[in-house]
Design a binder for this molecule. Structure first.
Ligand code: NAP
Length: 147
């Protein structure tokens, strides 16, 4: 099963200013909706609490501290699933990731919630596809396979 990290990031690697920020600055929400439709979407409880509207058409799995990432993934019967934040959850599923869909935005926060909240090992990414989001603003989604 493909396990795909999906995130909008600032140029200094943050996904939010603080843990209860609802991300209104991302320009790729339409892609998120389109790409995750019909597949399980895994997210942490802080992220779930930040989402105003339910993500209909997807099986949303909210992860808590006592959950076991490997067990959650083992129980899924799908060709792919998405890891949709936040930083803590991305770090907990890091070892299982096969792909990363990242959309860098022209922003610098200086501090906040990083893409991975805990230290993770180095990984090499191989670009598979680049999808234009807002070409005039230089915003694209980069779809990487993890080597
Ligand atoms: N830019 C983007 O693409 C994007 C995407 C997703 C999310 N976000 C943003 O990211 C932010 C949330 O990120 P986050 O990292 O704070 O939260 P998160 O990963 O969404 O949720 C926190 C997770 O960590 C667990 N946890 C909390 N305290 C813990 C502890 N002391 N030890 C072990 N586990 C613990 C929680 O479990 P419990 O439920 O048991 O507390 C929960 O599973 C929000 O602002 C959200 O909008 C941005």
């Amino acid at each position: 099963m493909d396990v795909i990290l999906i995130a909008a990031v600032t140029q200094d690697g943050f996904i939010a200013r603080h843990k209860s920020e609802t991300v209104t600055w991302s320009k790729d929400l339409h892609l998120f909706k389109e790409q995750t439709m019909g597949f399980p979407v895994i997210m942490g409880s802080n992220t779930f609490n930040c989402i105003q509207k339910a993500l209909t058409g997807r099986d949303i799995i909210v992860v808590h501290r006592n959950d076991n990432p490997g067990e959650i993934l083992k129980n899924l019967n799908s060709e792919k699933c998405f890891i949709a934040g936040g930083g803590k959850t991305n770090a907990r599923f890091f070892d299982y990731l096969t792909h990363a869909y990242l959309t860098p935005h022209p922003l610098i926060f200086g501090e906040g919630i990083p893409l991975f909240s805990d230290s993770v090992k180095e990984m090499e990414l191989v670009l598979e596809k680049k999808i234009p989001v807002l070409p005039d603003a230089g915003i694209d989604q980069y779809q990487y396979k993890i080597k």
